[in-house]
Write a protein of this length. Structure first.
Length: 132
């Protein structure tokens, strides 16, 4: 059973902490007393507000990066792109990788979108394969 502190309820409802405590003392908001503090059950908060409590969405952290490599020939670009795609083939991940090669400028752009851990792994691969 999910429970909230008076401070958490005040923050969720946009009220002052003293107002929430007054609601509890008046019996308008049901709460349990633990030591010197109140705890408000999720279902009691929902009953008080008349609305189901929307769960806080899980935090997601993502990155969008563009890596540009100049002076890379077609064969090296193919090797690098193959290594990146192969590293993503080994399991579930939240990353998209796209490559764009300009043969006239010998320029490769790698677009990486997604989670930080997999993105960091891809950066290490790129770094290792582009060192002279």
């Amino acid at each position: 059973m999910e429970q909230y502190t008076v401070e958490q309820v005040a923050l969720r409802l946009g009220l002052h902490v003293k107002t929430v405590r007054a609601y509890v003392r008046d019996g308008r908001l049901k709460a349990s007393r633990i030591g010197r503090q109140y705890r408000i059950a999720r279902r009691d908060l929902e009953a008080f507000t008349g609305q189901p409590e929307t769960p806080t969405p899980e935090r997601q952290v993502e990155a969008s990066s563009i890596v540009q490599i100049d002076g890379i020939d077609r064969a090296a670009m193919d090797r690098l792109a193959t290594m990146l795609m192969a590293s993503l083939a080994s399991g579930r991940h939240g990353v998209r990788v796209e490559t764009v090669y300009d043969p006239d400028r010998a320029r490769l752009k790698i677009v990486i979108l997604g989670d930080l851990e997999t993105g960091a792994r891809l950066f290490r691969i790129i770094d290792a394969l582009t060192k002279d």
